[in-house]
Design a binder for this molecule. Structure first.
Ligand code: C5P
Length: 232
């Protein structure tokens, strides 16, 4: 177990500073209510109650930072940036000085089973970065100027969060002037020698991007709670 060998903290950073413009509501999706609870509270709870997580940092935008502070007093709450990567960087800078492992999670993914966090931490013993990923269910193509090409879906993965890293590796990647939409992509570009790996994710850890996704999450949440032993 990594925990047996490490001396520093495991810090979870939940990025919740997105505006949710694709979702089409005035309130960003992470602050909407699902079955009577705020969507953000589900991921906050997963990390706060995980025995291997020492601190939880929530990154929120200026309009929401005070509200998040008052609703989640157990978390450290910091201001986000104009991109997801900037928000992650602000979260990284708020981690304890002795943080050894960081887990970066999207607030827009409310369902994160404990066993996924366990599997990522376990695999980090031999890797610099680990994230959950699932195989696409649909056929995949790349659109090109003169048509499209087929992609073999067995070779493709949908990358989810939490994306988990040795903290010094992720911090180093953030100082190279490179941008990407997630940490696995950023570290791969910035530090080509970094050892990066994946664990099997779950469909229920989907990111909410549309109103229809909310209904799916409502459904998953029900079975998640029914099978709480297995899922938590
Ligand atoms: O926009 P997207 O769905 O990719 O956002 C993924 C996560 O990153 C969301 O939880 C969102 O709140 C967060 N985010 C952020 N700061 C930004 C943009 C997105 O914390 N500037």
């Amino acid at each position: 177990m990594l925990q047996d060998m490490q001396k520093g903290k495991n810090s979870a950073i939940i990025v919740a500073a997105g505006s949710g413009s694709r979702f089409g509501t005035e309130i960003p999706k992470q602050f909407l209510s699902l079955n009577g609870v705020e969507i953000l509270s589900l991921s906050v709870h997963s990390f706060l109650t995980h025995p291997a997580i020492d601190e939880v940092i929530v990154v929120a935008s200026a309009a929401f930072v005070d509200g998040v502070k008052s609703r989640y007093p157990e978390c450290q709450v910091v201001l986000g940036g104009s991109t997801r990567q900037d928000s992650v960087f602000n979260g990284l800078n708020a981690c304890s000085k002795d943080t050894e492992i960081v887990l970066v999670h999207d607030a827009a993914r409310p369902l994160i089973p404990k066993r996924i966090i366990d599997a990522c931490l376990e695999k980090l013993v031999d890797f610099d970065g680990v994230a959950p990923a699932i195989m696409p269910a649909d056929s995949m193509v790349r659109i090109e100027a003169d048509g499209f090409s087929n992609l073999h879906r067995g070779d493709l993965r949908i990358v989810q969060t939490p994306q988990c890293f040795k903290a010094d590796v992720l911090m180093n990647a953030h100082t190279r002037g490179i941008t990407d939409t997630d940490e696995m992509g950023l570290v791969k570009q910035a530090i080509p020698t970094a050892r990066l790996g994946f664990v099997e994710g779950v469909t229920a850890s989907m990111k909410i991007t549309s109103a229809a996704d909310l209904e799916m999450i409502r459904f998953y949440l029900k079975s998640y709670q029914t099978n709480s032993q297995e899922n938590r």
